[in-house]
Design a protein around this ligand. Sequence first.
Ligand SMILES: [Cu+2]
Length: 257
Amino acid sequence: MPKFLVITAVLVVAPLVFIQCGNGGSAAEMYPALTPKLPDLTGATTISGIVKFEGKIPVRRTIEMGGDAWCKSHQDKEKAQETDLIVSESGGLKDALVLISKGLEAYTFDYEKTPAVMDQVHCMYVPTVLAVRTFQPVEFRTSDTTNHNVNTLNSVHGQGFNKSISGAGSKIDWQFRKPEVNMRVICNIHTWMRGWVHVVDHPYFTLTKEDGSFTLPNVPPGTYEVEVVHHLLGTKRQSVTVAANTPAALNFALTKK
Ligand SMILES: [Cu+2]
């Protein structure tokens, strides 16, 4: 087949396959059968460290909600600050995903069935960043008495959705079934609303705290690649060898691209 036909076929057919497979899903939770193959935790220890932002510490501005009367009148002046880049006074980067990206291939972990929650409060996502397991139930809630929509359609695996939500206490139930990072959550009604969802297929991940610190507990001895992912600053990886009962330290620095 001529090369251009192959390329055309890939470009045309591939998106259709993604749409029809629907890797995400709502309503009834689905858990394909699996046989856990868990690591031996003898000598397991922690990997911990700090993720720093390199560069001038950004000043977070208060969000202007003037375009919507309900949001403006309910705005939490302290909390309604830009969420794209949150850096502490000491340069610690908040809300970076830290995960083991290589070294766990031999294992199969049980599902996490406790729902993860992203709420909408005073026209902001709370929390702004959510890190969940594949197949973990996720509840997109609203505590607001105004209308929102939740749009995650930038998913590269076609597991996003776009649904409207209104009425305090309402929720959208969803499952993300493929590992994926930096899925953006937006509300098409309120352009300042921005969140991110990361989906990981094992339990060795966390989000950095206010000061940029992180801890991955219960890591069995071995050699791993650890990855840090930030929605704005990109990805960095380092390898680390974890010896039995010896906590490992690992620091990262990210900067604007
Ligand atoms: Cu909204």
